[in-house]
Design a protein around this ligand. Structure first.
Ligand code: C2E
Ligand code: MG
Ligand code: MG
Length: 431
């Protein structure tokens, strides 16, 4: 029997947990998905996907030593089951169970390898049952993205797991984008010439004021948007607002003042992206050189021909391209040489220790030395005190950003002197 409502599912799990405890065992929830299900349905029909799922479920249930009960099955090649495991052997026993599922399938006489992605979470005696279901589903969503065909255990301290409430977060973001754009806002953080404190540009940073959740961090919003395609309308909204904002500052900023806008690599895969940027610039009357698009993950950029085409088109239009968070996981000097990059932003993790640790200082100096070989302009991120600013200047780095120089603020506060400059202001910023 497949329970269909939330309360029926919760009751089934609670019963199963009681049975497991009575037998001296523990209940583990297993969420599984046939990651190549859509291909299977495409080639052999939806019926074949249902049959394949049923066969995988049958294999899981056929195991003698680890009783496994089907709790819910969806028509999309995924299901939720509860396995009763011995407390000290939970991981090993789930692995055995999953191994049984991962065997060749016979589909219309053809052999098909099922890519089964599995998430597991113990449903402890005092755990909130519905909470464990959300956890294991969230882990499955993340696993399908990051480790298809593998088994991932949910741990409460996992950072990278898609939030439990990801469905409602996505709905709320879609609502904000389509019906309540006032919830979405941009803060602007000055980019400063470290020699005399003049503001040479500003970075636009997304702010989402959620009516019930309060402020939602940009990384949370962007991650949800990247997962769901909402990154495209979100990116367009950010770009439009930032570019129009810059147009409205005409007369206050000089011709070399640049607006920095963060862009997701996923946006760059879209064939129409560069045309959209050009149209926005035309609409707002802003010259392409005044826009700098900040991109992370150079490896991904350099290896994806779609992204390379977009980058080349943006470069041809005259838009500046910057690499963000340089020095973290994905960036490499080799890739920088292959791309038309004009600005590199050195991540704040490389700035944090330069005034207190000789080895951090030496490392950052070496990185800055390497970056000079690319010919790109370097901006140091995360400058939090005057000592870091002085050290960077001594290393030849003349541009920076950070709380010491100016925090992200609302557009109309950006030009109040105390929000950004320690050394007073210049008449025409960026002139
Ligand atoms: P980012 O582009 O590297 O932006 C700099 C982040 O560091 C901002 O965090 C900023 O508030 C913070 N920051 C600046 N100075 C300091 C400092 O001195 N110390 C410390 N500890 N932090 C500092 P925020 O606004 O939370 O943004 C986080 C990230 O979210 C951004 O990192 C960017 O990757 C992403 N993001 C923000 N807005 C957008 C957007 O519109 N589109 C996309 N795709 N990503 C965005
Ligand atoms: Mg940035
Ligand atoms: Mg950064």
């Amino acid at each position: 029997m497949t329970p269909t409502t939330t309360s029926a599912l919760t009751t089934s799990i609670t019963d199963l947990r009681a049975q497991a405890v009575a037998r001296g065992r523990r209940l583990v929830l297993i969420a599984a998905s046939l990651s190549n299900g859509p291909d299977l349905a495409d080639v052999y029909g939806v019926r074949s996907l249902d049959d394949a799922t049923a066969e995988i479920v049958r294999r899981a249930q056929a195991h003698d030593s680890v009783p496994c009960h089907l709790l819910r099955v969806s028509r999309l090649g995924s299901f939720l089951a509860g396995a009763m495991v011995e407390p000290d052997h939970a991981v090993a026993q789930v692995a055995v169970l999953v191994d049984e599922m991962r065997e060749m399938l016979d589909v219309h006489g053809e052999r098909v390898w099922p890519i089964i992605t599995v998430a597991a979470r113990e449903c402890g005696p005092t755990d909130d049952v519905w909470g464990t279901v959300r956890d294991v589903r969230g882990t499955l969503v993340t696993a399908q993205r990051d480790t298809p065909g593998g088994t991932s255990w949910h741990h409460d301290d996992d950072e990278d797991v898609v939030p439990h409430d990801s469905l409602t977060l996505v709905r709320d973001l879609a609502e904000a984008l389509t019906e309540q754009p006032g919830q979405l806002d941009l803060a602007y953080q000055p980019v400063v010439d470290l020699r005399h404190g003049a503001m040479t540009g500003a970075e636009a940073l997304l702010r989402w004021h959620h009516p019930h959740r309060g402020p939602v961090g940009p990384l949370v919003a962007v991650e949800a948007a990247e997962r769901t395609g909402l990154i495209h309308p979100l990116g367009r909204l950010v770009l439009e607002r930032a570019v129009c904002q810059l147009a409205s500052w005409r007369g206050r900023v000089g011709p070399t003042f640049r607006m920095h806008v963060n862009v997701s690599p996923i946006e760059l895969r879209e064939a129409s992206y560069a045309d959209g940027v050009a149209a926005t610039l035309r609409r707002c009357g802003v010259r392409p050189e005044q826009l700098l698009l900040e991109i992370t993950e150079t490896a991904l950029l350099a290896d994806d021909p779609r992204v390379l085409r977009t980058i080349t088109a943006l470069h041809r239009i005259g838009v500046g391209l910057g690499i963000d968070d340089f020095g973290t996981g994905y960036s490499s000097i080799r890739h920088l040489h292959r791309l038309p990059i004009d600005t590199v932003k050195v991540d704040r993790s490389l700035v944090a220790g330069i005034a207190t640790s000789p080895s951090d200082f030496a490392l950052t100096r070496a990185v800055l030395g390497l970056l000079t070989t690319t010919g790109a302009t370097v901006v140091a991120e995360g400058i939090e005190d005057p000592a870091q600013q002085a050290r960077l200047l001594a290393m030849g780095c003349t541009l920076g950003q950070g709380y010491h120089l100016g925090r992200p603020v609302a557009a109309d506060e950006l030009f109040s002197t105390d929000s950004w400059s320690r050394d007073g202001t210049t008449e025409m910023l960026g002139a």
